[in-house]
Write a protein that binds this ligand. Structure first.
Ligand SMILES: Cc1cc2nc3c(=O)[nH]c(=O)nc-3n(C[C@H](O)[C@H](O)[C@H](O)COP(=O)(O)O)c2cc1C
Length: 213
């Protein structure tokens, strides 16, 4: 096995300064996100790792795709009966991180999470490929399934049910919005002296502070 202790990368791709960042976290995120999305070296630029913890306090993290980014927060879509949904039902707060390793950058967002309104879910669902729409109906996300064959049977049953016409959004599927109260931008620098700029709200403005790496 490759010894992970021996792996070393030089972080020299960029810098981040209080004087250069945008006034709001969303403006800064849009800049970095556009840079990531324009670079073929960045796979799934909208992937975020989403950490939740239910009433028992046990954190769980998984990847989801950010499908909306605006001043209200980050929107992702999932099954409302999944493990993450159960966590969010018990404790509607989360932390999420974009990691763009090709750019030696990460952005962490932390704050309360709420369901998006149904119209937004339905509009987003209507634009998904039919295959993904069927998958959302077929999968009892996070539950134990007996076998791959059992899952394929569920998928076949859904396909038989929706042979023609539009497929509605499943009632147990939809969006969540993480509305950050703290957003941190991280740019790798040499010697582990990385740049970290954190945004937090004070009154109507977002205060920017440098954090020690
Ligand atoms: C690149 C990538 C993108 C994913 N996007 C989503 C997504 O947008 N929504 C989702 O529910 N699961 C997505 N998943 C699957 C989740 O990571 C996870 O397996 C699933 O949501 C069940 O999580 P849970 O049991 O913790 O609720 C994605 C996984 C990967 C690796």
């Amino acid at each position: 096995m490759t010894d992970p202790a021996g792996l070393r990368a030089m972080y020299t791709r960029g810098t981040l300064d209080e004087a250069d960042v945008a006034d709001t976290w969303v403006a800064q995120l849009r800049l970095w996100f556009d840079t990531a999305a324009a670079d073929p070296a960045v796979l799934e630029p909208n992937a975020i790792q989403l950490a939740t913890a239910g009433a028992d306090g046990q954190p769980t993290v998984r990847t989801v795709l950010a499908k909306g980014i605006d001043e209200r927060g980050i929107v992702f879509y999932t099954n409302y009966e999944s493990a993450k949904a159960r966590d969010l039902g018990e404790n509607p707060r989360a932390s999420a991180v974009f990691v763009w390793l090709a750019h030696q950058r990460q952005v962490r967002l932390t704050g309360p999470v709420s369901k998006v309104d149904r119209a937004a879910t339905e509009a987003y669902f209507a634009g998904r490929p039919r295959e993904s729409q069927l998958g959302a109906w077929a999968s009892p996300q996070s539950r134990v399934v007996a076998s791959r064959a059992a899952l394929d049977e569920l998928a076949a049953a859904v396909e038989a049910r929706f042979t023609t016409g539009d497929i509605p959004a499943p009632p147990n599927w939809g969006g969540y919005r993480l509305a950050p109260v703290e957003v941190e931008f991280w740019q790798g620098r040499p010697g582990r002296l990385h740049d970290r700029i954190r945004y937090r709200p004070v009154g109507d403005a977002w205060v920017r502070e440098r954090l020690a790496p």
